[in-house]
Structure formats: C-alpha cells, structure tokens
Write a protein that binds this ligand. Structure first.
Ligand code: AMP
Length: 324
C-alpha cells in the first residue's frame, strides 16, 4: 500500500478511507488525557452520526477520572478483520493503548506531536495544532461540504480536548485558529459549566498534595525545579500516579521557574514529566526513552540516580536558555 503523508491531501484520503470501510476502530494513547479521549470519541461521534450503518468502536484502557467524557467499547479480536484502524494523539506505536491496533486492514495516524515514529498507511501530522481534537474539528470542516455531520456531543468532546491540551487557552500552542474553532464549538448546545466542573474538580487528596508541593519546591539559579514523588509520598497522600497529571502544571505560575520536572515512582519505573516555559524539553525526554512537545514532554527512568541525570540536563537547558 502506498503511504500517504502531508496535510490537505491527507485529510481527503482519510475521509475517503472512512467512507470506504464498514468497520472503523479508533485508538489513542495509554494513560489518556482529555485530548486523547476527546479526539478519539469526537471522531467516533462524527463518523457514527454521518454513517449510522457503519460499525464504529473505540478502545483503550480507561481512567475513571475521564469517564465523564466517554466510555470505551469492548470489542473481540475478530472485529479487526478487514477494519480501518485510526489512532489519535499518539506519536509512537509503543504508546498506543490496546496492542491490537495493527490487526486491521488499514492504519491511519492523526497526531499533533513531532512525528518520531512514522507509522500508518496514512499519517496526518500537524505539530502546529494545539491538540488532536483541534485536528478532528478541522477534519470535520474539510468534509462538511461532502456530507460529514457534526453534533453537540462532538463539540463537547473536541472542546474538552482543546481546553485540556492548551491549559485552558494558556499555552503558546493556542493560536488564532484555536480561538476561532473554540468560538464555533461553544455555539453548540452543551453544558460548558458542567464540562469545566468535571475537568477541574479537585479531590481532597490531590489538593493536599498540590499544597505540599507548593510548600516544598525549590528553584535552582537557572530557574529549574524538580519534584520527587516517591511511592511513600504518593501513598501518604493516597494519590494514584495516573492522577499526577492533574497538578503537574502547578509550578508554572511560580515566579522565576522556567522549566520543571516531576518524577513519579511507579511499581517498575520512575515516570518523568517535563514542563517548560521556554527551554526545549522534548529532546531531553528523547534521551530517556520518551518524547512529546517542546514545552511538555514525558519519559521514564529506572532509578533515582538516573533521575539526577534528567535534572542535570534540565538545569543545563535552563542555563543555555538564560544566556540566549
Ligand atoms: P505527560 O507528562 O504524560 O502529560 O506528557 C506530556 C507530553 O509528552 C504528552 O504530549 C505526551 O504524549 C508526551 N509523552 C509522555 N510520555 C512519553 C513517552 N514515554 N514517549 C513519548 N511521548 C511521551
């Protein structure tokens, strides 16, 4: 099969593939966030709404805190026979949730991360997009004239994904296009207040750990901060490692902090979550089995001594940024 890459033409190929296949299965990344679920579920909603006769499913492990967005389908292996598989918001195959993604007839990648792992028969990559959800809205706009149908539920899901990945329109990835799309989305009939409540409601244990971090952080001379969340600390605050995404941005408002890293000790690895207000961090993540965006990236290390190497790299990036 010829591999298709690019932008405008690629969207047309994707719409054509959606029209062609009767069974479509949509995946996204492990440890999902609102953009992963939002883009995945919105795409399913648009396809199902437009083509009610098609069998459209979504799969992947679920995080209870995001169940207000959508529920996954439970599909047997033989569903993949002859199916179109679309993977949203996932840069590399290792991070695709549900390993059966390769069992279909055709594979499509739709993503806004740097294209480090160029998988799929068709790949639509837009690193200028604020979120994959924004790309799904663009796909709808592109296919609208040809009959693609939208709905309030699709608007709610896409809006959630955009809000999540832009930090409520705060991060520099938020463009005029993002605001334009957001303005169109909020014109649909969904309860924005209920959505914000569900996305930003903070459980007491999370609030207390966030407070602890704000009490304890330190800043290096170059403006770097590192936070170590050991198993013991997470147990003490009764916080699941998966929920640390709810407060990894907490140091972003602190005066003088240019970049920061959270280390989260899990059973087998120490998860690394890097965030920045300027110094590029995804190349540091790439040195430690990870990747991501220039200002928000993730990786993993095997020991606390390896974690110190990440800290040293981040400090060096902050120093280099200072002298720029
Ligand atoms: P997180 O800290 O998990 O919210 O991730 C921040 C960004 O980095 C997201 O765009 C993730 O998709 C990406 N990312 C996180 N971990 C990895 C990894 N191990 N490999 C590649 N990308 C990652």
């Amino acid at each position: 099969m010829v591999k298709v890459r690019g932008c405008r033409m690629t969207i047309e190929h994707i719409i054509q593939a959606i029209k062609t296949y009767d069974t479509i299965i949509i995946h996204r990344h492990v440890r999902p966030d609102p953009d992963a679920i939002g883009s995945q579920a919105a795409l399913k909603t648009i396809i199902q709404h437009t083509f009610p006769e098609k069998h459209v499913y979504m799969t992947g492990e679920m995080t209870p805190s995001l169940s207000f967005l959508a529920d996954m389908d439970d599909i047997p292996d033989d569903t993949y026979a002859g199916a179109l598989v679309i993977v949203c918001d996932t840069a590399n195959t290792a991070r695709i949730s549900d390993e059966r993604f390769h069992k279909g007839d055709m594979l499509i990648k739709i993503d806004h991360h740097p294209n480090v792992d160029d998988y799929g028969d068709i790949a639509w990559i837009d690193t200028d997009a604020s979120s994959t959800s924004e790309m799904i809205y663009e796909l709808f706009l592109h296919g609208k004239a040809a009959g693609l149908q939208f709905s309030s539920e699709a608007a709610r899901l896409i809006y959630a994904g955009i809000v999540g990945d832009t930090g409520r329109f705060l991060f520099p990835s938020t463009t005029t296009k993002t605001f334009r799309y957001a303005a169109e989305l909020v014109a649909w009939n969904f309860d924005r207040t209920a959505l914000y409540d569900a996305m930003y409601k903070t459980q007491h244990n999370i609030a207390r750990l966030r407070g602890y971090i704000l009490q304890q952080y330190s800043i290096s001379p170059a403006g770097m901060s590192s936070v170590k969340l050991t198993k013991e600390l997470l147990q003490k605050f009764d916080v699941d490692p998966i929920d640390t995404g709810q407060f990894v941005g907490v140091l972003g408002d602190v005066e003088g902090i240019k970049a920061w890293v959270f280390f989260i000790e899990e059973d087998d690895i120490i998860r690394v979550r890097l965030r920045s207000k300027g110094p590029v961090v995804n190349d540091i993540a790439a040195q430690f089995n990870g990747g991501g965006h220039p200002l928000a990236a993730g990786a993993s290390v095997d020991s606390w001594s390896e974690a110190e190497h990440v800290v040293a790299e981040l400090e060096a990036a902050c120093e280099a940024y200072m002298v720029k």
